[in-house]
Write a protein that binds this ligand. Structure first.
Ligand SMILES: C[S@@+](CC[C@H](N)C(=O)[O-])C[C@H]1O[C@@H](n2cnc3c(N)ncnc32)[C@H](O)[C@@H]1O
Length: 208
């Protein structure tokens, strides 16, 4: 059995070496009184744990430049910064997610650069500066499929080596996977995370 590690205070939990905060934690309760993410970025989603587990098995080089699109509170971004000392940018259309990201990053003693933007508006040059682009649970509306595919194409044509997207398995996500497979080296894997709980979903990796 692994060594039992006591949490430093109440309402903190751990997953993949990260400290995360429960909704009851005083900092989350305070932030929620001041900021109200409105495009589903109101908690760490299960797919972010899939990204953490997948990257544990398929890591990238330490110190890589990573961009998380639709980062929300950014648990996967913080994981990349902490585990792989990555230089990470978190992109989200909703500015109200960033105070939560900042608290998670601070708690884990890393920093993640915030950028308020739609993924549709990210330019090829900026995308291509990042060797790895990740996203968890970001393909949930029909209207997101084509713009996400276009963003992946711009990134891969401009220098990005790997794009990794995790999802619970929505039809829109499979549509995106099909579009990518028709043009790029693509792997779609059923995957599960074991921390903080068991969570089952899919991981799409698209390579240049
Ligand atoms: C379901 S949440 C997932 C958040 C985070 N990735 C996670 O797994 O915890 C979707 C996130 O995508 C963001 N989002 C939605 N549409 C977007 C767009 N067009 N460009 C950038 N971010 C977007 C939302 O604001 C939200 O934070």
């Amino acid at each position: 059995m692994p060594k039992l590690e006591r949490m430093p205070e109440d309402h903190i939990y751990q997953a993949y070496g990260l400290y995360l905060l429960e909704p009851k934690h005083r900092l989350i309760r305070t932030l929620k009184r001041m900021y109200a993410p409105s495009v589903h970025g109101h908690k760490p989603w299960g797919s972010s744990y899939l990204i953490m587990d997948y990257l544990t098995h398929h890591p990238f080089r330490k110190g890589s430049r990573v961009m998380e699109i639709g980062c929300g509170w950014g648990p996967a971004a913080v994981f990349c910064a902490k585990r792989y000392k990555a230089k990470v940018t978190g992109v989200d259309v909703d500015k109200d997610v960033f105070p939560f990201l900042e608290v998670l990053a601070e708690l884990n003693e890393v920093s993640v650069a915030p950028k308020v933007s739609k993924f549709q508006d990210l330019r090829a040059k900026e995308l291509g500066r990042h060797q790895v682009i990740i996203g968890s649970d970001i393909c949930f509306w029909d209207s997101m499929v084509k713009p996400l595919y276009n963003m992946i194409s711009r990134a891969l044509k401009s220098g990005t080596r790997r794009v990794i997207i995790a999802d619970p398995g929505r039809p829109t996500f499979y549509e995106l996977a099909e579009l990518c497979a028709a043009k790029y080296e693509t792997e779609l894997s059923e995957w599960y995370a074991t921390e903080p709980d068991r969570y089952l979903g899919e991981v799409l990796e698209v390579r240049a």
